[in-house]
Design a protein around this ligand. Sequence first.
Ligand code: IMP
Ligand code: MG
Length: 428
Amino acid sequence: MSSVVIVGTQWGDEGKGKITNALASCAEMVVRFQGGANAGHTVSVNREPVVFHLLPSGISVPGVKCVLGPGVVIDPHALSSEIEGVRARGIEVSGNLMIDIGAHMVMPYHKAMEAAQEKSRGGSAIGTTLRGIGPAYSDRCARDGLTIGELASFDDFAAKAKVAAGRKNDLLVKLYGAEPLDIEEMISEMRPIAEHLAPHLADATRVVRRAISEGDSVLFEGAQGTLLDVAFGTYPFVTSSHTIAAGVAAGAGIPPSMVGEVVGIAKAYVTRVGAGPFPTEIGGPAAAELRERGHEWGSTTGRSRRCGWLDIPALRYSIDLNGMTRLIVTKLDVLDTFEAIPVCVGYEIDGERTDVFPRRGDLLDRAKPVYEELPGWQESTVEARTERDLPANALAYLRNIEERTGTKVSAVSVGAAAHAVVEFASVM
Ligand code: IMP
Ligand code: MG
């Protein structure tokens, strides 16, 4: 398979980073095509957890080329310090990282604007990661953005950035009553960062197209998840990019015909950070158990993640929308202690039963999950490496997902360690 897309089927944090990292050893290239430092991909490197925000999860695999495509929004400060951080752990970042010149930058004023906007939303705040993602994509669409390629000619960049920051300062002060940014300081802090990132800047899209046409294995690493897609997620409680497989072509600069197989990553239960509808959300001791056992605190913001049961209609929606041909189920081991495991197979909305995921937010808000209860296995799956090692009820849990979605489960992850995987069929 020459190109494989990894996409989250839920609201992010499905474990895409671990899977991408594992598959990267069979690939020549890993490409990010959307999102920015709002992502938090936890990967185990030499048995130590490492969180990547902007760097593709293949960066720790020797010989793999990593690309930040034009659809990514890059906070140059965040990227620069992330590169230093991983280098300090002995991971090489040099010719193996390419940043596409067309990627837009997240500037300090984007973060300031987002903080002011979220504050002004009051009770209807989105609960964003405050990484400046929405304002940076807004500026790109409004044709007010700055691409990272512009850093190559620093004085021209500085002149444009001053004008842009001046306008944002007006908004910050006059509209939101917030503090203005120190523009001179912003520019002077950027100069060493521009020099630091310069060797990585290139028309990376050409390199990606060439790699695919030459038959290299290229992995496209999605960030966030399908239900956070700006057009197909639970709008307005979404992120500002196309997280779905359809975002790969425009976000990586390749023709749609080069987008290969789409693999969906589904956590064995569901979590969400930030506000917005979540029909299968639970509270009480079961939620606390999922959160504790699954370490469900945001890897970017440290926020406690909302927890709930697997939602089959939402999963079917994701599979359908992305053209997913197989699933990888993650964190199955988190369910090891439960005596019974509810799985949502449909909803009741205003007294009517449906098994279709309603895209409308108001309907999702009123959707009451209809559960089927599956027996738990109450046995550790952490050491399982082959199908035979899995308890019968754990296998039945996976088979139920396959039957209800009509999609094969290729592998299941049973722990944070890189090798804690049971593979049913080879993915790459
Ligand atoms: P933003 O992407 O920071 O604008 O946040 C918009 C919504 O997406 C908020 O609910 C965030 O919590 C959520 N979000 C953004 N990135 C991630 C992620 O990587 N994992 C999970 N949720 C995310
Ligand atoms: Mg995450």
